[in-house]
Design a protein around this ligand. Structure first.
Ligand code: SF4
Ligand code: SF4
Length: 376
C-alpha cells in the first residue's frame, strides 16, 4: 500500500499511528482497573444491602440476579430467602463480569480514529484516477484492524465495555439497577460520539463482535446466499420490536418481570469472557456466527440495541458515504458491492437507508468515482 501513497498521505499515516499509539499508551498509564474483575468472598449470611455496594450495583439489581422480587427486603440475610451459596456465587460472578476496563475505551478510540483517516484520506492514493481503483482501500488493512479488535477489545480485555451493553446499561440504570444513571449515560455518549464522527465507525471498525461477524462474512463461501440481501425493513422491524419489548419488560409495564433484560439471553459478547451463561445463550451465539457466513452482520441488523440507536444517529454523522449525483449513472455497482441495502438506499436518496457500517466496499466499486467518504 505504502508505495502508492503520496508524501502527504505517508505523513498522515505516520501522524495517525503516532496519535493512536499515544491514545493507547495514555489510556494504559491512567487506567483505573486493568485487572480482570474479582469479587470478594460473599456469603449467604450477608444481606443484599451488604453485598450490592461492593459490586457497584443496586440492591434491586442483585435481587434480580438472584431471581428474587425487586421489592425483597435488602436487610435480611440471603439464606432467609432460600438462596444457596452456589446461586450467590453465580450471581456475583455474573455481575462482576460486566465491570468495565476503562483502558478499552482508549483502544476503541484509536481503532475508530484509524478507520476514519483510512476512509477519508489514506485508502485512495492521491492523484490516482478511477482506472486505478483496484489499488484503493486495500482490504488486508481493514482485516488487520478487525483481527486486532477481536483479539484486544474482545478476548484480551473481556466483554465489557462494549456498545451493546453500554446502551442496555443506560436503561437498566433508569430502572434502578445501577446506582448512577449519569455514569451509564456517559458510557453511551462515548459510543454515540464515535458513531456521529463517522457513520457507525465504532461498529465498523472497533466493536469486537461486529468485527467477528464481518470477518466470517468475508470468508469466500455461500456466495449465492450473499447475493440475496435481507430486506432492511424486515431486520429493522424485528430489531425495533425487540428493543421496545425489552424496555416494556425492564420497566415492569408488561410481563410482571420488572428488571428483567431480554438481551441477556442473546448477549454474544459473553464469548469474549469464554463463558456462556445459559445453554440458550451458547446456542444463540453459535447461530449468529453460523449465519454470519452467509448473511451480513445478523446480530447487528436483527438484534443489537446499539445497532438500532446508531442507525438513527447515522443521519447526523459528520463523515459518511456521500454520492455525487452529477457523476452517478445509477449503474448499480455500489449496490452489488455493498453487503446490505445501505448503498442502494443512499443512491436512491432514501430518507431512512439501511445501516452503513463504514466497511468501504462501495468506495472502490464505482466506475465513475461518484462515491467518497466525506463531509455532507
Ligand atoms: S451493531 Fe454490531 S457492531 Fe454495532 S455494537 Fe452492535 S454488535 Fe457491535
Ligand atoms: S458498502 Fe455499504 S455498508 Fe459498506 S461503506 Fe458502502 S454503503 Fe456502507
Amino acid at each position: 500500500m505504502l508505495k502508492y501513497q503520496s508524501r502527504q498521505q505517508r505523513i498522515y499515516l505516520l501522524l495517525t499511528l503516532l496519535v493512536a499509539i499515544a491514545i493507547i499508551v495514555g489510556g494504559w498509564a491512567i487506567q483505573e482497573d486493568s485487572a480482570p474483575a474479582s469479587t470478594p468472598p460473599f456469603s449467604i449470611n450477608m444481606s443484599i444491602k451488604q453485598i450490592a455496594p461492593a459490586l457497584d450495583v443496586t440492591g434491586k439489581s442483585l435481587a434480580r440476579e438472584l431471581d428474587l422480587p425487586l421489592a425483597t427486603s435488602k436487610n435480611k440475610p440471603l439464606k432467609a430467602f432460600g438462596i444457596t451459596q452456589k446461586q450467590l456465587d453465580h450471581a456475583t460472578h455474573h455481575i462482576a463480569s460486566h465491570r468495565s476496563t476503562t483502558f478499552k475505551y482508549y483502544i476503541f478510540t484509536a481503532l475508530a480514529l484509524f478507520g476514519l483517516v483510512y476512509l477519508i484520506r489514506l485508502g485512495r492514493p492521491d492523484n490516482s484516477t478511477v482506472k486505478d481503483r483496484e489499488l484503493w482501500y486495500p482490504s488486508w488493512l481493514y482485516i488487520a484492524v478487525l483481527i486486532l479488535s477481536i483479539a484486544v477489545c474482545g478476548f484480551a480485555l473481556g466483554k465489557s465495555p462494549n456498545p451493546m451493553e453500554g446502551t442496555v446499561k443506560v436503561f437498566k440504570s433508569m430502572a434502578g439497577l445501577y446506582p448512577s444513571v449519569l455514569e451509564k449515560v456517559l458510557g453511551f455518549i462515548f459510543f454515540a460520539i464515535l458513531s456521529l464522527i463517522g457513520t457507525k465507525l465504532i461498529c465498523g471498525w472497533a466493536c469486537p463482535f461486529g468485527a467477528l461477524q464481518e470477518l466470517l462474512y468475508r470468508l469466500p463461501m455461500l456466495r449465492a446466499l450473499k447475493k440475496r440481501k435481507v430486506p432492511f425493513v424486515v431486520s429493522n422491524t424485528i430489531r425495533s420490536v425487540l428493543f421496545v419489548l425489552t424496555l416494556l419488560i425492564l420497566f415492569g409495564i408488561v410481563g410482571n418481570k420488572e428488571g428483567f433484560v431480554l438481551y441477556h439471553f442473546v448477549n454474544p459478547f459473553n464469548l469474549f469472557n469464554l463463558e456462556v451463561e445459559t445453554l440458550f445463550t451458547g446456542i444463540a451465539i453459535g447461530i449468529f456466527l453460523l449465519v454470519s457466513l452467509g448473511v451480513y452482520r445478523p446480530f447487528c441488523h436483527f438484534i443489537c440495541p446499539f445497532g438500532l440507536l446508531s442507525w438513527i444517529l447515522e443521519r447526523f454523522s459528520l463523515f459518511g458515504v456521500r454520492i455525487n449525483r452529477n457523476l452517478c449513472t445509477d449503474c448499480g455497482a455500489c449496490d452489488r458491492a455493498c453487503p446490505s441495502e445501505a448503498a442502494r438506499g443512499r443512491v436512491q436518496k432514501n430518507k431512512l437507508p439501511a445501516d452503513c457500517f463504514s466497511c468501504g466496499r462501495c468506495l472502490n466499486a464505482c466506475p465513475t468515482d461518484a462515491i467518497r467518504y466525506a463531509l455532507p
